[in-house]
Design a binder for this molecule. Sequence first.
Ligand code: IMP
Ligand code: MG
Length: 184
Amino acid sequence: MLDDLESILVTEQEIRERIEILGREISDTYHDIDELTVIAIINGALLFTADLIRHINLPIRIDCMRVSSYKDDTSPIQEPEIIDMLRLNLEGQHVLIIDDILDTGHTSARVINEIRKLKPASVRFGVLLEKEGRREVDLAPDFVGFHIPDQFVVGYGLDFAERYRQLPCIGVLKPALQNPPSWI
Ligand code: IMP
Ligand code: MG
């Protein structure tokens, strides 16, 4: 599967090292609270969340939200759709939302908006990747793994048509593989 990548932007080791640092930053930020509620935006944040929480030194509750903002190609549809909502009660809770990538910002803005309605004590937002020069919504993440250029990437949770999520690194898919007719 690595052969399908044109280039690797972030290696497995770089991800591992950065996540350890982020885990410490998050633990420090929340050092005085009893419990943190981590919300993973799936499927993209699955791998990142699983690795990150092992470096957060606090009691944690976990829930997931499923949001769809992309069809099976590389261009976004406008309004993100919440397909599966949370199970936990967030009222009075400290909430950390984890997403895979901040691109235009529409998906994350929608999620944050919905979560604020549930009256949490605080809401913060962490992303593995932040794409430069793409923001259409004014949104600044509290925790960022890596800043990347405006290219379509896959791996470590990020997909193209639900493929490539299991790659241990993050890379750019070869252009010839981005719209194979058999997948549409
Ligand atoms: P936004 O709403 O434009 O910020 O898009 C965010 C969502 O689009 C992410 O959670 C991803 O699921 C998807 N996405 C954006 N850029 C990429 C990419 O380069 N590769 C894979 N998925 C992406
Ligand atoms: Mg996706």
